[in-house]
Structure formats: C-alpha cells, structure tokens
Design a protein around this ligand. Sequence first.
Ligand code: COA
Length: 272
Amino acid sequence: MGTAFGDKIMNGKVALVTGGGSGINLAIAERFAEHGAKVALIGRTQEKLDAAAKGIEAKGGTAAGFSADVRDYEALASAIGSAREKFGEIDILVCGAAGNFPAPAIGMSANGFKAVVDIDLLGTFNTCRAAYEHLRKPGASIINISATQAFVPMAMQAHVCAAKAGVDMVTRTLALEWGAKGIRVNSIAPGAVDDTEGMKRLAPNEKARAFVTRMIPLGRFAEKGEIADLALFLCSDSARFITGTVMVCDGGQSLGSMFSEMLDMAGKQANA
Ligand code: COA
C-alpha cells in the first residue's frame, strides 16, 4: 500500500505491539516500520525484543523493545509509559501477545487453562486499559489479534477458544465505549499462518500440515505478511469508518471444514 505521491502512509505515527518479538506480531511491526511508523515492541524477553528491534533498524526503520509480561499489569503499564516517553503519543496499538498448547480439556489443568486465558484475554484487556491514557484521541486504532477458534470450536483448544471469543467481545465493547473519543477497535482473526510458533504447535509435522491445508479453500497457509497487510489497512485512513469488526483472514477455512472431501466425492460421482 502507498499513496499516489509515494509518501509513507505511517510517517509520524507511533505503533506499540505486544508479543512483538516474533511471529505475526513482528511481521506487523515490520510492516508498520516499513511504512514510516516508529514501533515499540513489548514482550517477556528483552534480548528477543532487542534482536527484533535491531532487525527493523537494519532495514531503516525505528524500533525499540520494552520488556513486560502482559499478565503483570504494573510492569505492563510501566513499559507502555516508557514507550510513550521515548516515541510520543500512541497512534496504533496491536494486542498480539498470545499463548497456546494443544491439549484435550481433561489433559489440561485449571492452571493450564488459566495461563492461556490470562495471556490472551486478560493480557488484551490489560494492554488496552493501560495504554488508554497514552492513545491519541481522536485518531488511535487498536487491533486485537484473535483467531478463528473464537467462533469455530476446535478440539484440544478449549482455552484458546474461550480466550479468543472473549477477546472479540472486548474488541466490540471497547469500540462502543471508545468510539466517541475517536478510537477505533478491531480484531483480526487469522487462520493457519506459516512459520509461526502457534502452527508449529498445532500442525507439527507434514501429515498434520497436509490435513489442515485440505481444509483451506485457497489451498495453502497464510504468510505472516498477509496478516500484516490487513493490520496496515485497518490502521490506515482507508479504514477510518471501520470499528468493532472481526476481520477473518484464513483463506476460507472457517467456511466449512469438509469442503475438499465434498469436492472429491462430487468428482467421483461425476466420473461414475
Ligand atoms: N499440555 C498440558 N498442559 C500444559 C502444556 C501442555 N502441552 N503446556 C503447559 N501446560 C500447563 C502447565 O503444566 C502448567 O499447569 P500446572 O501448573 O497445572 O502444571 C500451565 O500450563 C502453565 O504452564 P507454564 O509453563 O508454567 O506457563 P507459562 O506462563 O510459563 O507459559 C504457556 C504459558 C503454557 C502458554 C507457554 O506455552 C507459553 O509461554 N507460550 C508462549 C508462546 C506461544 O504459545 N506461542 C503461540 C501463540 S499462538
């Protein structure tokens, strides 16, 4: 994306990204930096954030890491405050920090369920709540990273399904409450995204990858950059009247999981 005159569309903007040290969130941070934003990365491990920020700066961007666990409100508020002090008022907030492990409900302790809900759902609320005073009003845009598990139940994912459904309701509620302040709030719900910690856990081998791929009408996993492109659009002026939505980016996977089998059967019948 760019303008007719070649200006960078995020020039002068400040973006803060939780979980920004790797994966989809780093790809989003890189995309914003590429388009001119200064990016603050928040995550648990300072060295990981420093390496990610260094990578962005090596490509000509501006970035810095501020370590905090999104489950620890005081530490998070302090990290967000430091980011604001360094870069200024926050235009874009991406709540992306997430945790996941595949386990059936009876193979999951209460603490295991809570760990994921705390990172994904409470962490999203904490980030929005702590950042509120630092957000540009009017003009700020918040993206909460959800998942298709928010509306398609998935075995081995009780914690994530519950947490991400909650995330989407936080998105809608904050869109209602903060709209009058000129703050937009939207969710992005990615499906299977290549080269991410999440998919390494959910589809750890070729057999599992092939199985998941057969459920995706577009026939492949997403690239991280495709989720970043959607985030860039949602935070751009082109999306200025969009708030409270959950934008699905899953190649059609959540439309119906048995489609390839149905096509196969139809093909067999046609040839019979
Ligand atoms: N199966 C069942 N339970 C598991 C598990 C698994 N594969 N992995 C962790 N747990 C349980 C632990 O046993 C523990 O419960 P217990 O205290 O009753 O034993 C609980 O989850 C918390 O684990 P712990 O390792 O102490 O939590 P943490 O806060 O350090 O880590 C996780 C949180 C578990 C989500 C961890 O996987 C993580 O940090 N993930 C971040 C990266 C990630 O998941 N990326 C993908 C995002 S989509």
